[in-house]
Design a protein. Structure first.
Ligand code: NAI
Ligand code: MG
Length: 501
């Protein structure tokens, strides 16, 4: 039986979503978004630039004082809930579009991305009515309370690795808290954000509350980040661009939250259940073709189980089915772009030069038909890596595991923390003391014990060190999208004594 091949149809067409309307870019320009499995154009999309950013920010500013600002928290929550239901009804179609635009296997977009999107909108719908101020026990005849208010117009710039899920992580808490948004999806994957715009319209959000403006980072993204008309900028992407965003924001003192890169240690102790640990190592690095900021890309293996572990890891990695992402049995699809593929290939050269061993993979798989032009790469393992090598320190963002061995707990902790990043960490052991000691000692925003890549809308996610600042999801996300006002009321009815004489 031959494997099904993707069928190319005419490119889908999309416009910008500004002030509740679908419109062309002011310049009339468009850009192409390829299907990474074939390299053929999947969608042709209006290309936002500075003029469109200005329009979108103005629309979001106007919406901040309109119907939206007067809407009850309950009605805001109901709109978010309605949106979550509309997404759920169209989940199968959205998953297919996500897979065609991004390349991730349909089983991931169907069972991980889309359920996560629905969950986030549902979860934050519930928060809308639970954002509260406090009363503070101040001394004397005074009443002091706080109001927790929206920040205002939020710019949000998201990456291509989980296109719709990243839109949900950003939009849901911002809207629950009563903000308005200008969202810029990544140029590689604009499609599902614009499909979401249709559902936002259908759900009945007032015009201008959400504006979605696909375009390139250096143009649309930079114009948004440096715009004096926004009150907050939220970014997920590379650490390099995160620094540019922080600099641009500094000019206007715009509030910033950043979710950046990682080079997470995923640690295998000899006392771990090795079957589980092998699967955990695979989940850590091959999920989403390794294009995950919290990927367990530095695999630390205790010296005494190195041979056994690596043997099993390689055997299983080589069995992963790489191919047509629309095929339900495919476990790894293509990388998102030729640029990303080339970056990964270049690191194979770097690993060789540095003296590491290409223990598994290291090449593009041989595929047939239209898939020959796709951006596929084999599951890859570098062994004999030491923590100082570039392949241990730099984010490769592909299905590439760098294996480092260690001798004891102290040696491990030292090496695990020797990185500029601090997003996540994993540990596999049956010793609970060791596991919790590691969880405290490791400098990372998320720690997984005998599991990996677990997420929930209620659980905070974000980085230490150069992996960024601010926490998304959970009640912590609301801190990013609200500000606190302290209100003082005199209850004594007397003049202020100080200058009163
Ligand atoms: P990137 O950081 O350039 O892109 C992420 C988003 O930022 C996109 O929407 C892009 O249009 C925008 N952007 C780019 N330059 C900008 C600028 N000057 N001002 C404002 N916005 C800008 O990431 P890229 O180039 O796609 O990938 C490069 C590397 O970044 C990857 O190989 C990976 O290592 C890392 N990365 C990390 C991600 C994460 O989830 N932490 C996600 C995507 C990439
Ligand atoms: Mg870039």
């Amino acid at each position: 039986m031959s494997t099904p091949q993707p069928i190319q149809t005419a490119p889908r067409r999309y416009q910008l979503f500004i002030d509740g309307q679908f419109v062309d870019a002011e310049s009339g320009e468009t850009f192409k978004s390829p299907n990474p499995a074939t390299g053929e154009t999947f969608a042709e999309v209006a290309e936002a630039d500075k003029a469109d950013v200005d329009k979108a920010v103005a629309a979001a500013r106007k919406a901040m004082t309109g119907k939206w600002s007067k809407m009850s928290a309950r009605d805001r929550g109901r709109l978010l809930y309605k949106l979550s239901q509309l997404i759920e009804q169209r989940a199968a179609e959205l998953a297919e579009l996500e897979t065609s635009d991004n390349g991730k296997p349909i089983r991931e977009s169907t069972y991980i991305d889309l359920p996560g999107v629905v969950e986030n909108f549902e979860y934050f719908a519930g928060w809308a009515t639970k954002i509260e101020g406090e009363t503070i026990p101040v001394p004397g005849q005074m009443f002091n309370y706080t109001l927790r208010e929206p920040v205002g117009v939020c710019g949000q710039i998201i990456p291509w690795n989980f296109p719709l899920l990243m839109a949900a992580w950003k939009l849901a808490p911002a809207l629950a808290a009563g903000n308005t948004v200008v969202l810029k999806p990544a140029e590689q994957t604009p499609v599902t954000s614009l499909e979401l715009a249709k559902l936002i319209q259908e759900a009945g959000f007032p015009e201008g509350v959400v504006n979605i403006i696909p375009g390139y980072g250096e143009t649309a993204g930079a114009a948004l980040a440096s715009h004096p008309g926004i009150d907050k900028i939220a970014f997920t992407g590379s650490t390099e661009v995160g620094k540019l965003i922080a600099k641009a924001a500094a000019e206007n003192l715009t509030k910033v939250s950043l979710e950046l890169g990682g080079k997470a240690p995923n640690v295998i102790f000899a006392d771990a259940d090795l079957d589980q640990a092998v699967n955990g190592a695979m989940m850590g690095i091959f999920f989403n073709q390794g294009q995950v900021c919290c990927a367990g890309s530095r695999l630390f293996v205790e010296e005494k189980v190195k041979e056994e572990f690596l043997g099993r890891f390689k055997e299983k990695a080589e069995k992963i089915k790489v191919g047509d992402p629309m095929d339900k049995s495919t476990l790894m699809g293509p990388q998102v772009s030729e640029e990303q593929l080339n970056k990964i290939k270049s690191y194979v050269g770097v690993a060789r030069e540095e003296g590491a061993t290409i223990f598994a993979g290291g090449e593009q798989p041989k595929l047939e038909g239209a898939l020959q032009n796709g951006y596929f790469f084999q599951p890859t393992i570098f062994s004999e890596v030491n923590n100082r090598m570039r392949v241990a320190q730099e984010e490769i963002f592909g299905p590439v595991s760098s294996v480092i061995t260690f001798d004891n707990d102290d040696d491990l902790i030292r090496q695990a923390n020797e990185t500029m990043y601090g997003l996540s960490a994993g540990i596999w052991t049956r010793d609970i003391t060791r596991a919790h000691r590691f969880a405290r000692a490791v400098k990372a925003g998320v720690v997984w014990i005998n599991t990996y890549n677990m997420f929930n809308a209620a659980s905070p996610f974000g980085g230490y060190k150069q992996s960024g600042y601010g926490r998304e999801m959970g009640k912590h996300a609301l801190e990013l999208y609200t500000q606190v006002k302290s209100v003082w009321v005199d209850l004594s009815g007397k003049p202020i004594g100080w200058f009163g004489q």
